[in-house]
Design a protein around this ligand. Structure first.
Ligand code: AMP
Ligand code: FES
Ligand code: ZN
Ligand code: ZN
Length: 307
């Protein structure tokens, strides 16, 4: 609540002060603002149409449940996908929130159970493979979002990445000057291979604060806790720094991101050559994709443990 201040469009109390847009909005006008902004992004960047069969990847957090709510309200044909990573209490609570949200709106949600698919939880798998949990988790999520969509006739995958996520990634790519990552960072990841489904980010121009306010205004019951393995992640530190800059220079986040999108071509096009994994057939830059390598490693480790 913004103490004692009125909405820029009506007499109601403002619940959010959007300094970057010079707007104070009440619940109703925030909901209108967000839906219009998302629709504008969808049209401008050709993210999807009303003929698409859309799979929304939902984690149980405010962004992915919020974007699902918005797309549903805008009349798009959507179903949800929850990837159960087997992260103890966190995954159990997230799953409950996703299922409750879907049931309350009469929407369909699908689930991929990672411990069942690979034989162990994501943290245990990462430990066995000697990689960081977040990178293994990210790889598994990307793999299943695409595979599930392709195998079940979906034409677009939606994620809940917001402006803060996008500029934290951009900041990371800028500081390491990872040109190939800068080439590939985009609101639309096109289907550059017959087994890749288009992936889009309709909340790319919505800040984390706006997304949280929308979820509260819509009464969305979401997971407040971060994943227990996210603590101390560099992206969290980057978000803190970028928020300091936004407070000092309102509109900084949008200028930084829009500037990148406008000038992105200077980094050139991405020329990653994709093969089909010799085990599962899904796209990879290797002979066998990382998901299949991980699965094989887990089954070998399990065998050696039982001998
Ligand atoms: P994160 O990688 O956790 O920042 O999440 C970015 C986006 O990926 C979310 O907004 C969701 O759209 C999607 N996502 C994250 N975790 C899951 C999950 N467990 N199941 C399905 N989608 C997910
Ligand atoms: Fe993937 Fe936390 S959600 S490591
Ligand atoms: Zn208002
Ligand atoms: Zn594979």
């Amino acid at each position: 609540m913004v103490m004692g201040l009125k909405c820029s469009f009506c007499e109601r109390k403002a619940i959010i002060n959007m300094r970057e847009h010079r707007l104070m909005l009440c619940e109703k006008h925030l909901i209108d603002f967000m839906r219009k902004r998302v629709e504008k992004t969808i049209i401008k960047y050709k993210l999807m149409t009303k003929n698409d069969n859309i799979l929304v990847a939902v984690s149980g957090g405010k962004d992915s449940l919020g974007v699902w709510d918005i797309l549903n309200a805008l009349g798009y044909h959507t179903e949800g996908l929850y990837i159960n990573l087997g992260i103890d209490k966190y995954s159990r609570i997230s799953k409950e929130k996703v299922e409750r949200f879907a049931a309350s709106r009469g929407l369909t949600v699908h689930e991929v159970d990672i411990p069942k698919a690979i034989g162990t939880s994501t943290p245990m798998a990462a430990k066995a493979w000697k990689r960081s949990i977040c990178s293994v988790c990210g790889m598994i999520k990307r793999y299943w979002m695409n595979r599930y969509a392709k195998e079940n006739g979906f034409t677009v995958v939606v994620t809940g990445h917001n402006l803060d996520d996008e500029i934290a990634t951009l900041f990371g790519n800028n500081t390491t000057w990872q040109i190939d990552y800068l080439q590939r960072q985009s609101i639309v990841l096109p289907e550059t291979h017959k087994k890749l489904v288009k992936k889009v980010k309709p909340l790319a121009f919505i800040t984390e604060k706006e997304s949280a306010a929308y979820a509260i205004a819509r009464g969305i019951d979401y997971v407040y806790e971060e994943c227990p393995y996210a603590k101390g992640a560099t992206s969290v530190e980057f978000k803190y720094i970028l928020n300091l800059l936004e407070n000092r220079f309102p509109g900084f986040k949008l200028r930084y991101y829009n500037g990148f999108l406008k000038n992105k071509k200077i980094f050139g096009d991405s020329h990653v050559k994709l093969n089909e994994c010799q085990v599962c057939g899904f796209p990879t830059t290797l002979d066998t994709c990382n998901y299949c390598r991980l699965k094989k490693h887990i089954s070998q480790t399990a065998k050696s443990l039982t001998i």
